[in-house]
Write a protein that binds this ligand. Structure first.
Ligand code: ATP
Ligand code: MG
Length: 591
């Protein structure tokens, strides 16, 4: 089906959020954002104070901050303020000092949120890890971050940490959250977190952290190679507030669901901090992806703003529109997505199956928060990441003799950001050189290639590592994958270049099919013919491999480098973030 190139919202729609208009954008200043926040009495700034304690003086005190759907429990802002005070006192009691490093390895249980925010209150640096990691990735990350405290659960500790504890000499304290079926007193060298919390005072004076004090360590997804550890500071809270306002349009009567795990930066910046800053109720789902349950959560919890990822959208698409139509989503008013390019097909699917188009936005672990977005106040051009957010200067550049220069409108180049936004990473753990190499003059270079059109919309082309050079053309996998996804049999597609003597590289595609569709020579021909019609013979894949499922990171990104290594018989490289999931449900066997 041919579709229009733009989803123009009605004038009435556009007048809805006045704070998102071009006039508001032009009036934007970071000092106004700072003024919307409290700050600490001594002039400092602390993420947890702004996210939690700031709200407890007024009516938001009794508002639900987190609702844990599976266990049926809730934490209000008031509960959270007290529990995080207790946690901060526990750290003081253990002698953990400001600047100490605390790692969290749990599922999405209440203790995760309490430990994360409680550490920030104490000025202790936090690094949440995805609980599906195996022992080696856990040890590597804790060593890179000099972990001194670990918060985890008895089962995860016994299965994954006990065996490698000797390899992490900096680790002094292991705090275990209670878990059914385990007696923590029987486990040597650990302490019972809930006992300590019960005994601690709920009165605490937040550490006088300064904007430049280190707050969070986040590891990248490892899509292109070994994951890097990005350092973030308390000043990032300005950016979290700004994006909660302009990119997600969060208000204190919203029910918000961010489907990312806090083990990834999205799950911390938008699964914890930004919604709290705006007084929102967040839904926490402890389970893995399951289409029917997810539709149930959107409907039953009356989610109004939903932030998810292309991989989840593709899985919902794969499960069929009929399933979506079994439920209604009257409360839902805004859907956003991040993590990978969002194919136009997926934007339209949102509109058809859920009644709302999906708004793509772009950022990375290093940026700490959303930088480019389709906001509620702009027409969507499906396939575009949207426009630069207020306070953010984005350029498309080319590198010339150690400097950068802008390229023309509609021309491809590297996506660059003017340095100095509040949540910019302040370093890569243990790799100063690599950090320095990300910057040229005033610009941070993202490693992604993109174009900007005359309306200021950015179009993702590819990661610099993934671009394909064939017979003098530069081909971005996204463009080819989006065309493949328009074929009715295709559920997911990944495209790589394989070396070729004649043309440099040829385009090769890996495709997984929708349920019930069998691969075969006829389908192979049909998909290639479809791609040629859309893209032309030079850009369409020459060859398609059918796979039951595509390899992806635990944060849900297709790992093209692994497909390429396998296709070329090269070493597979760092696989610490590779998801080992069932093709049908995406459920992780490793939980
Ligand atoms: P690594 O840096 O370890 O290879 P990664 O880049 O996947 O992993 P993240 O920081 O989680 O780690 O992901 C950021 C990257 O994800 C971006 O640089 C971009 O390539 C991709 N990305 C994120 N959002 C979008 C989007 N909306 N459109 C296209 N690409 C996106
Ligand atoms: Mg990256």
């Amino acid at each position: 089906m041919e579709r229009p190139l733009i989803i123009d919202k009605t004038a009435a729609d556009l007048s809805l959020p006045p704070h998102l208009t071009d006039a508001a954008r032009a009036a934007f200043s970071w000092s106004a954002v700072r003024a919307a926040l409290d700050g600490l009495p001594g002039g400092g700034l602390n993420i947890a104070h702004e996210a939690v304690d700031r709200h407890t003086r007024g009516p938001l005190r009794d508002r639900v901050a987190f609702r844990f759907v599976a266990r049926g429990t809730e934490l209000t802002y008031g509960d959270l303020a007290q529990a995080t005070n207790r946690f901060a006192n526990v750290l003081t009691g253990l002698g953990v000092e400001r600047g100490g490093r605390l790692f969290i390895l749990t599922g999405r249980i209440p203790e995760l949120y309490v430990a994360l925010l409680g550490s920030l209150k104490a000025g202790v640096v936090v690094s949440p890890l995805f609980s599906a990691f195996g022992p080696e990735p856990i040890a590597t990350r804790m060593n890179l971050g000099s972990a001194s405290v670990l918060v985890t659960t008895p089962s995860l500790y016994l299965r994954k940490v006990a065996g490698i504890r000797g390899q992490v000499p900096s680790l002094r304290h292991v705090l275990l959250a209670s878990e059914e079926g385990f007696d923590i007193a029987d486990i040597p060298d650990v302490v019972d977190l809930d006992d300590l919390l019960d005994a601690a005072s709920d009165d605490y004076t937040i550490a006088d952290t300064q904007p430049e004090d280190m707050a969070l360590l986040h590891f990248t997804s490892g899509t292109t190679g070994r994951p890097k550890g990005a350092v973030h500071v308390h000043e990032a809270v300005l950016h979290h507030w700004m994006t909660g306002n302009y990119a997600l349009d969060l208000h204190d009567d919203d029910v918000f669901w961010c489907t990312a795990d806090p083990g990834w930066v999205t799950g911390t910046s938008y699964g914890v901090i930004a919604p709290l800053l705006h007084g929102v109720t967040s839904i926490v789902d402890e389970g893995d992806f399951d289409a029917e349950r997810w539709y149930g959560i959107l409907a039953d919890q009356r989610v109004s703003v939903w932030y998810t990822a292309p991989t989840a959208v593709r899985m919902l698409m794969r499960s069929g529109a009929d399933l979506a139509r079994t439920r209604e989503f009257p409360a839902l008013r805004f859907i956003a997505s991040v993590g990978e390019p969002l194919n136009p097909e997926a934007v339209w699917w949102g509109k058809e199956a859920l009644g709302l188009p999906i708004h793509d936005n772009w950022w990375q672990t290093e940026t700490g928060g959303i930088m480019i977005a389709n906001t509620p106040a702009m027409p969507i051009k499906p396939g575009s990441m949207g426009r630069a957010l207020p306070g953010i200067e984005v350029a498309i550049v080319r590198r010339v003799d150690g400097a950068v220069e802008p390229v023309a409108v509609d021309e491809e180049g590297e996506l660059a950001l003017r340095r100095g936004w509040p949540s910019m990473m302040r370093g890569y753990l243990g790799d100063d050189d690599r950090y320095r190499r990300c910057f040229v003059g005033d610009w941070y270079l993202t490693g992604d290639l993109a174009r900007r059109d005359a309306d200021g919309y950015f179009w993702f082309v590819s990661r610099a590592d993934d671009v394909i050079k064939s017979a003098g053309h530069l081909i971005g996998p996204f463009e080819v994958e989006s065309a493949l996804l328009q074929h009715p049999a295709v559920a997911e597609a990944a495209v790589i270049g394989v070396p070729d003597d004649l043309v440099g590289e040829v385009v090769r595609a890996f495709v997984s099919l929708k349920p019930g569709i069998a691969p075969g020579a006829t389908l192979h021909r049909d998909i290639i013919a479809h791609a040629r019609k859309r893209l032309g013979a030079a850009v369409a894949p020459k060859e398609i491999d059918f796979l039951p499922t595509l390899p992806r990171t635990r944060s849900g990104k297709i790992m093209r480098r692994l497909l390429k290594a396998r296709a070329l018989g090269l070493p597979e490289g760092d696989l610490s973030t590779l998801e080992t999931a069932s093709p049908e449900t995406g459920a992780d066997h490793d939980h």
